[in-house]
Write a protein that binds this ligand. Structure first.
Ligand code: ADP
Length: 625
């Protein structure tokens, strides 16, 4: 019998499979079972178009038979089978959609990645077997044929006998080597768990005879072994079930079963879409942050199924980064099993699905915010930071999607509020949306800069997350109201002019110029404050970069010693100002000392480090003496 050579692409793929150091070899079973399921499906479609045929579901199944003694694993299906020609055409030539057929030789090492995420089809059998036999009898034919191959050097086809229509694949499982174990692919429990993992939702029963042991009849201590056929897959996926038939508990079980998380999700979203693209999806919004969520290690993505078969564990293209906390799966009939990662990224259907999901997640979050406020606040405490990153990351391009979902702590409500709520409470004359940034609510509450705004009775949003100000800089305004830091130059609030303001304006100017000179480029200017009432001194900033942002940027590993433009503001109605004026008149040495002290105090209030703490405390002692 003549051995026929494989077509070039196939040969290369088989080579890759044989030499595979890939750790997820188990997927060969998924591939073979999917093929079997497709073959049954093909009969089903024939019966749809041919009235003389009926499709009796009970007659169609897939059976997996491990045989440890002979190291054989058999996978039998009652599908459409293959003729001699089809055996040669289908198994001698890699499917043109096959992900590796596009890869050049030098790229083939990356192939390992692809094996894990996409079907590579029938040839994956060579990852675990050194001999693969396919016995098949085509639907409507009396003849059967046997196809056999030991690897890349070719295959043989010869007539054979087979009682029933369908295909039987026989794998001669490789011997264990020093560092590779193949025995597991002959273990009933291992096979069962692989099938559960990848093929649970195949629509036809996957059967296996499971070994069991029982007490011998009539005996109290004698046992006997027997086998019992078990159906290993559940067949009907939850996402294909009718929503009305399912309770929250079913979804929670699915969430746990899938190990999406160890918490209870706060919400599930069950989507069934038919139209431009057909798909089912079940998404979850988790309650708790996964331990690695805000780290580089965290991988976003949804499970992707093509017609009930898992093709990718974490498809990142289905979720935008700002919704990376969402867990779940998508099943679409419109996706091909053998599709490469690069192709998937550009897949039109997938893009459509991703867009749909994005809208669904957004509207679901909005509805939780509206109807289940407490739940939303819990959610926001876990994942709000990610939404804010989203605003920042997209340079404001995600603003439309996200701005309504943001929350900040309110000085008045003493809890998280939305920008909408803030704006709806604004008195008519209030020009801006105000915020104050700092390390904690307690610290912000004591900020002198916030004094005027608070006294006016205006609400202030407290920014305690690193990302807050950066995100807000991208938003800039909300409902046409500019968002302003209480420490920024112009607060849009008129200060009643005091006596001190009117008198000695010239004198003030000279004093502040002197102080600025003394402080050098540590400050941009020294000015009479338009925001302080009871406090003596504070820092404010000019320009885009705020003092909080300076702190955050400088705390980063790539610290570039960034400086905000700082203004030292002095309260001219404060007793301290009188002391400054007096010192300016007759004791410059004292004024120098006061200037340093006030500047350092302002730094301390901001939580900024003072350059020379020892000099600072010495100065205080000097005054006390
Ligand atoms: P793919 O399934 O992506 O087309 P495969 O390499 O897995 O690629 O299979 C190639 C072809 O062989 C299939 O398209 C199918 O026509 C045929 N085939 C494989 N397994 C079976 C089977 N169990 N029964 C019938 N046909 C099969």
């Amino acid at each position: 019998m003549n051995k026929k050579p494989f077509e070039t692409e196939s040969k290369r793929l088989i080579d890759l499979m044989i030499n595979s150091i890939y750790t997820h070899r188990e997927i060969f079973l998924r591939e073979l079972i999917s093929n079997a399921s497709d073959a049954i499906e093909k009969i089903y479609y024939q019966t749809l178009s041919d009235e003389s045929l009926t499709f009796d579901r009970d007659n169609y199944y897939i059976k997996v038979i491990p045989d440890k003694t002979n190291r054989l694993l058999r996978i039998i299906d009652t599908g459409i089978g293959m003729s001699q020609q089809e055996l040669e055409d289908n198994l001698g030539v890699i499917a043109k959609s096959g992900s590796l057929s596009f890869k050049k030789d030098n790229e083939i090492k990356d192939g390992f990645d692809i094996i894990g995420q996409f079907g590579v089809g029938f040839y994956s059998a060579f990852m675990v077997a050194d001999n693969v036999t396919v016995i098949s009898r085509a639907f409507g034919s009396e003849e059967a044929f046997k196809w056999e191959s030991q690897g890349a050097d070719g295959y043989t086809v010869e007539p054979w006998t087979k009682d029933e229509v369908g295909t039987e694949i026989i794998l001669k499982i490789k011997e264990n080597s020093e560092d590779e174990r193949y025995d597991e692919y002959l273990e009933e429990y291992r096979l069962k768990s692989i099938i559960k993992k990848y093929s649970d939702f195949i629509r036809y029963p996957i059967k296996m005879d499971m070994s069991r042991r029982r007490l011998k009849e009539g005996s109290e201590d004698e046992y006997e072994d027997y086998t019992e056929e078990e159906i290993l897959n559940s067949m009907v996926p939850i996402w294909r079930k009718n929503k009305n038939e399912l309770g929250t508990e079913d979804y929670e079980n699915f969430y746990a079963e899938k190990r999406y998380g160890f918490d209870k999700p706060i919400k599930h979203i069950h989507i069934s879409v038919a139209g431009a693209v057909d798909y089912n999806a079940i998404l979850f919004i988790p309650e708790k942050i996964p331990f690695d969520y805000y780290t580089r290690e965290y991988e976003k993505g949804l499970e992707l199924y093509s017609n009930g078969v898992l093709i990718m564990n974490k498809c990142p293209d289905l979720l935008p980064d700002y919704f990376s906390f969402v867990k779940g799966m998508v099943d679409s009939e419109d996706l091909s099993l053998n599709i490469s990662r690069e192709m998937l990224q550009h897949d039109r259907q997938l893009k459509l699905i991703a867009k749909n999901l994005n809208n669904k997640i957004k509207s679901e979050l909005e509805s939780i915010l509206k109807n289940e406020r407490e739940k939303y606040e819990e959610f926001f405490k876990s994942f709000g930071r990610q939404l804010k990153y989203g605003v920042y990351d997209g340079f404001g391009s995600n603003k439309e999607t996200l701005q309504e979902l943001l929350m900040f702590y309110s000085s008045q409500e003493k809890k998280l509020v939305t920008l909408d709520e803030y704006v709806s409470r604004m008195p008519a004359e209030q020009k801006y949306i105000y915020y104050a940034a700092g390390e904690s609510i307690e610290r912000i509450e004591k900020l002198p800069q916030a004094e005027l705004v608070s006294d006016k009775g205006y609400e202030i949003l407290y920014f305690t997350d690193d990302v807050d100000e950066f995100a807000i800089k991208m938003l800039m305004n909300y409902q046409e109201k500019e968002i302003k830091s209480v420490a920024s130059g112009d607060l849009g609030i008129e200060m009643p002019e005091s006596e001190a303001d009117r008198d000695g304006e010239k004198e003030q100017k000279e004093l502040f110029a002197y102080m600025k000179d003394k402080l050098g480029d540590r400050v941009k200017a020294v000015r009479a404050s338009k925001r302080l009432k009871s406090h003596a001194v504070c820092l404010s900033n000019e320009g885009e970069l705020t003092i909080e942002m300076e702190k955050i940027l400088n705390a980063m590993p790539s610290n570039q010693n960034i400086k905000a433009d700082k203004i030292l503001e002095i309260n001219v109605n404060h007793e301290v100002f009188k002391s400054l004026s007096r010192a300016f008149e007759d004791d410059k040495e004292k004024l120098d000392l006061y200037t340093e002290l006030l500047y350092n105090q302002a730094l301390l209030i901001e939580g900024l480090p003072i350059h020379d703490p020892v000099a600072f405390t010495n100065s205080i002692c000097k005054i006390m003496q």
